[in-house]
Design a protein around this ligand. Structure first.
Ligand code: MG
Length: 400
């Protein structure tokens, strides 16, 4: 049976600026690197969630600065699938980790330590590390050194030698250790100044092995690291597809018909003649959505020979098309509408049409634009024989 693991996440270095950064709530102003957002979630959130599907992890002990403990405890509630305990760290990383280990369950024979500032850790690498833990007291994740590394004479710019990079690796976390051996290693003098647990084991003469892995697992220490990590995550994501559709409609005006624009009834002595309610705005918008989908036009979908659509309210037609678009994961980014109508003047109705159309399309009103024009007395609209509408819709979908 696989040994159970107590996972310690070292989240020191949040410090006194933590509270200030959080209370302001704005990423730009926050100095707290672990609560900076990465792909929309705090860095710390990623570092915790990476272990969600690692069944050997039995508990997580998060070591944080004492002054931030209660706040972090509140913020991290529900972040992990594993039991999560937030404890006070110490003056150094080693002290923080040591304090956390002391508060973990002694029956878990393995201790895993991870830097909270390594949010990109791949669950695959964690699992590999656990599988590879054999015949050793400690095992750590490393990356080969790609650069040529020069070693200088002490306190000098004079190069002593070029190191053999085939034998050089940068230490990362997680690091996995036998609990008993690691606790023994803490008994050494200067133990609390160790910069990582593997180093502590080495200095105690314990067996330590490395494991390379393929994923990128940087430590986020500067804004540059955060920006690179963000760019990396965005690059891995499928890029959205954005398309624009154009719709146009024109209806004759006739006495004794109701005038509907954008689903709104406009009091007037004439209305649009049509098989349906003749709402030019909704027809143009519907056609624009079909344009984005490349799915024909409103006549293909709702034939004017079909009795079911006789005098139908155009909202129903739009809803059907919107449902089809939603099924294809299209969502509206922006809608721009131009209505051409000599009379009545639409100045007082533009806001209401905008709000109603936004409501029908289930988008915020600021994503909808309504413009109204007269035709200067020219053409069918100008002679009040007709009204027309043009609509331009921009839609977006995440590619799969
Ligand atoms: Mg029409």
């Amino acid at each position: 049976m696989a040994s159970k693991i107590s996972l310690v996440i070292a989240a020191g270095g949040i410090g006194s600026r933590f509270q200030k950064g959080l209370s302001r709530g704005k990423q730009r102003e926050s100095k707290t690197k672990l609560f900076h957002l990465l792909d929309g979630q705090p860095v710390l959130f990623h570092s915790i969630r990476a272990f969600d599907d690692v069944p050997q992890v039995e508990e997580i002990v998060l070591a944080v600065p004492a002054e931030a403990k209660s706040e972090i405890r509140r913020l991290t509630r529900g972040w992990s699938k594993h039991p999560l305990k937030v404890v006070s760290g110490g003056g150094t990383r080693a002290e923080s980790v040591f304090n956390a280990i002391k508060q973990s369950k002694p029956e878990n024979s393995l201790v895993m330590i991870h830097d909270a500032a390594r949010p990109l850790i791949a669950p695959q690498s964690i699992k590999q590390l656990i599988r590879a833990f054999k015949d050793t007291d400690g095992l750590l994740l490393v990356s080969p050194v790609a650069a040529t590394v020069k070693q200088t004479l002490s306190h000098s710019v004079r190069v002593e030698k070029t190191l053999d990079r085939d034998r050089l690796f940068t230490a990362e976390t997680p690091q996995l250790a036998n609990r008993r051996v690691l606790l023994d290693a803490y008994k050494q003098k200067n133990a609390l100044s160790a910069t990582d647990e593997a180093g502590l084991l080495e200095s105690a003469g314990a067996r330590v092995k490395i494991m390379t892995h393929d994923s990128w697992n940087p430590k986020i220490t500067t804004l540059k690291d955060l920006a690179l990590a963000e760019a990396y995550l965005q690059l891995l994501k499928p890029q959205p597809v954005i398309k624009t559709g154009l719709g146009q409609d024109l209806h004759r005006l006739a006495a004794g018909r109701k005038l509907y624009l954008g689903g709104l009834h406009i009091p007037y002595n004439k209305g649009a003649l049509g098989h349906s309610d003749g709402d030019v705005v909704l027809h143009a918008v519907t056609d624009a959505v079909l344009g984005v989908m490349g799915a024909g036009d409103i006549g293909d979908w709702f034939s004017d020979k079909d009795k079911r659509f006789k005098n139908i309210r155009s909202e129903k037609l739009l809803k059907k098309v919107m449902a089809a678009a939603a099924k294809e994961k299209w969502r509206i980014v922006h809608v721009d509408v131009v209505i051409t109508l000599q009379k009545p003047k639409l100045g007082n109705y533009k806001i209401k049409i905008k709000q109603n159309l936004a409501h029908l399309l289930e988008v915020p009103a600021e994503d909808v634009s309504i413009k109204a024009k007269t035709a200067e007395g020219l053409g069918p609209e100008g002679r009040e024989e007709a009204l027309s509408c043009q609509a331009l819709i921009t839609m977006k979908k995440e590619s799969i």
